[in-house]
Write a protein that binds this ligand. Structure first.
Ligand code: SAM
Ligand code: SF4
Length: 328
């Protein structure tokens, strides 16, 4: 059984990142289509009984889900208690970081692709960088350390900022993870030729004077981890050495070791980000299925998990849902 469950709590979002959502015109799920908190928590309890040990809340933007702290608290009360983490764009995080930590949130990833306000407004189509940076600080202040920072590098936009993002995270004691751009954007503009690869990212970081060493085996973790043992302004670093992660789903796929499952806001189970098919859990749930019935459906779906994402192979087709609707 897979052990890591990623849940898209909502498909709604406060930003419109160009590599994820369209500027406008995405059809939102209706309230009736979305799982209620009770429905989601019933499924979460079942997943945990079946062997899931960590639950990541994502979206869309999980902070726009009005009862997020309560959801975290209810997850923390499950037996066995899963590790609970959150991936967020950080907008409005100042208001909820402390409450989330108190409710039982264990770890947080905040997405920050640029430290330049004008560029942020271009990339996310919203002018909200200062709120995001305040949110990152609030998360660290609430004890959600080490705060992880997710960055997608886009050629012709923020690629030149890779060293600045690294310097900022080293100074602040955050952990940076670069994510390769994946073909999951609503606008379908992704191209393999244009995407920034892990190899290119490492070359840019090293050219900026950082000395990078791979750290052990990554196991089932999506990020390849590197230790930054030396580099510019070392005296300003929060720790003796720093860390950098790179999630290279395209150029260094980790499908063989992947133990992730995804549950969409409308109760569909996906066994791969790039899957063409989903398993409906909401229908049976609302039609009186018992926990045993639901467990049998989940176990069968997991057994059919595809061997690889197939990007670059003949016949690969980008999934209909974009990243915001799947839950990254
Ligand atoms: N809204 C939250 C956020 O932005 O962190 C959570 C959902 S978002 C879909 C989760 C992560 O997916 C973010 O770090 C985002 O940068 C990343 N992401 C979105 N679209 C992507 C794409 N096409 N390729 C790679 N990463 C992507
Ligand atoms: Fe929203 Fe996150 Fe997608 Fe950006 S990456 S549009 S913040 S869901």
């Amino acid at each position: 059984m897979a052990t890591d469950l990623r849940v898209s709590l909502t498909d709604l979002c406060s930003l419109r990142c160009t590599y994820c959502m369209p500027a406008e015109g995405l059809d939102w799920l209706t309230k009736a289509q979305r799982l209620s908190d009770d429905e989601f928590l019933r499924l979460a309890a079942l997943f945990v009984k079946l062997g899931v040990t960590s639950v990541r809340l994502t979206g869309g933007e999980p902070l726009v889900h009005p009862t997020l702290p309560e959801v975290v608290g209810r997850l923390a009360a499950l037996d066995p208690r899963p590790e609970i983490s959150l991936t967020t764009n950080g907008v409005t995080l100042t208001r909820s970081a402390a409450r989330l930590a108190e409710a039982g949130l264990d770890r947080i990833n905040v997405s920050v692709d640029t430290l330049n306000p004008a560029r942020f407004a271009e990339l996310t189509r919203r002018d909200r960088l200062s709120e995001v940076l305040d949110g990152v600080a609030a998360a660290a202040g609430a004890g959600l350390n080490p705060v992880k920072i997710n960055s997608v590098l886009v050629r012709g936009s923020n690629l030149d900022e890779a060293p600045d993002l690294l310097a900022w995270t080293l100074r602040s004691g955050f952990r940076l993870r670069f994510i390769e751009h994946m073909p999951l954007d609503a606008d379908h503009t992704w191209s393999r030729e244009d995407m920034v690869t892990a190899e290119e990212i490492l070359a840019i970081v090293e050219a900026a004077g950082y000395v990078v060493q791979p750290v052990g085996q990554r196991g089932s973790a999506p990020a390849e981890e590197f230790e930054i043992v030396d580099g510019p302004d070392r005296a300003s670093w929060a720790a003796e050495t720093g860390r950098l992660g790179i999630i290279a789903s395209i150029t260094r796929p980790f499908c063989r070791d992947c133990d992730r499952l995804r549950l969409t806001a409308d109760g569909q189970l996906r066994t791969c980000l790039f899957a063409q098919s989903e398993t409906d859990l909401r229908g049976p749930l609302r039609n009186g299925a018992t926990d045993d019935d639901l467990a049998a459906i989940i176990i069968a779906a997991v057994a059919g998990k595809q061997a690889g994402h197939g990007i670059g192979e003949d016949g690969f087709v980008q999934p209909e849902r974009s990243m915001s609707a799947i839950g990254g």
